[in-house]
Design a protein around this ligand. Structure first.
Ligand code: 13P
Ligand code: SF4
Length: 301
């Protein structure tokens, strides 16, 4: 059954001149049919440069939206339109405008986990892979507002020594990872390094050895010399880690780190979406153009 699905998807991919992009948190079988599996930054770069006519985005809504911002003439499909990111929905464009008024001369850095309308009201975008670099590039004389993830903002603030106003958003999945989970796994695997995502709470980041984007975690594992790595992020990443660097044993900090939205995309939905050419991502052109400025400023760094 799965083989049949995979064959049908491959056939349609050729007919449509489509590219399939998958985030590192996708189900293993979805990652396996993708042309590229990666973190938000890697996927955005690919969406910007591809010459495919159709982008099938296996991830969550803001990721497919970013692809559309960068490639307006392409058909961008999100195989389940319910696959959203709760953190991205923790600030609206209206709330952002109200917050900006509080800090005259403010420059807004928005995490890519945000809606296109919020990006449109921001000066520059960032991902977990380049948040520190983006914050460092900001005008030192003007205040910075970082939205919507307070924890990534806090992480970048500490790394750069820059003060920022932080919007109180967070990722419900990474919130489930606690310091006690890190301590428990460290006791079981004392020689292992602990890698977490910067969306984790500051006490968890302090208890870890490194806080890295999902792409950073994959690269770290590629040159790791030890036997065990303890991984503190969404558990979908374990599939790619085990596939690409099988000599290491990967131990999740906790099995609670699951993003239900990422898991909404299935092979059946990918096939259906390609057959029907829906659900498509569509954006008002004025919003897209303003959001593009923020995304392009990030990609130019
Ligand atoms: P990355 O950009 O590190 O892949 O993170 C995306 C995300 O949604 C993390 O929860
Ligand atoms: Fe959003 Fe968290 Fe899921 Fe990433 S893991 S898509 S930040 S809810």
């Amino acid at each position: 059954m799965t083989d049949n699905l995979v064959e049908q998807i491959a056939k349609l991919k050729r007919e449509l001149n489509a590219i399939i992009l998958a985030h590192n948190y996708q189900r293993g079988e979805v990652q396996d049919i993708a042309d590229l599996t990666g973190d938000s930054l890697e996927l955005s770069r690919k969406a910007a440069e591809t010459d495919a006519d159709v982008i099938v985005f296996c991830g969550v809504h803001f990721m497919a939206e970013t692809a559309k911002i960068l490639s307006p003439d392409k058909t961008v499909l999100l195989p389940d339109e319910e696959a959203g990111c709760p953190m991205a929905d923790m600030i609206t464009a209206k709330q952002l405008e109200q917050e900006k008024v509080k800090y005259p001369g403010v420059q807004v850095v928005c995490y890519v986990n945000s809606t296109a309308a919020v990006k449109a009201g921001s000066d520059i975008c960032c991902t977990s892979a380049n948040a520190v670099q983006v914050v460092e590039s900001m005008d030192k004389k003007r205040p910075i507002l970082f939205v919507p993830d307070q924890y990534l903002g806090h992480f970048a603030m500490r790394k750069t020594n820059r003060e920022m106003h932080l919007w109180p958003g967070y990722c419900p999945t990474h919130m489930k990872i606690g310091v006690e989970d890190v301590a428990r796994q460290r006791a079981l695997y004392p020689e292992a390094k602990v890698l977490v995502h910067p969306e984790c709470r500051p006490d968890v980041i302090d208890a870890a050895d490194e806080a890295l984007s999902t792409g950073g975690i994959i690269r770290y594992a590629g040159s790791y010399q030890g036997n065990h790595l303890i991984i503190g992020t969404e558990t979908g990443i374990l599939h790619r880690l085990r596939k690409e660097n099988p000599s290491v044993e990967y131990v999740p900090v906790t099995k609670r780190g699951l993003c239900p939205n990422m898991k909404l995309i299935t092979l059946e939905k990918v096939l259906w979406s390609m057959e029907e050419l829906k659900p498509q991502i569509d954006l008002p052109e004025d919003v897209r153009m303003r959001a593009l400025t923020a995304v392009e400023r990030m990609l130019a760094l």
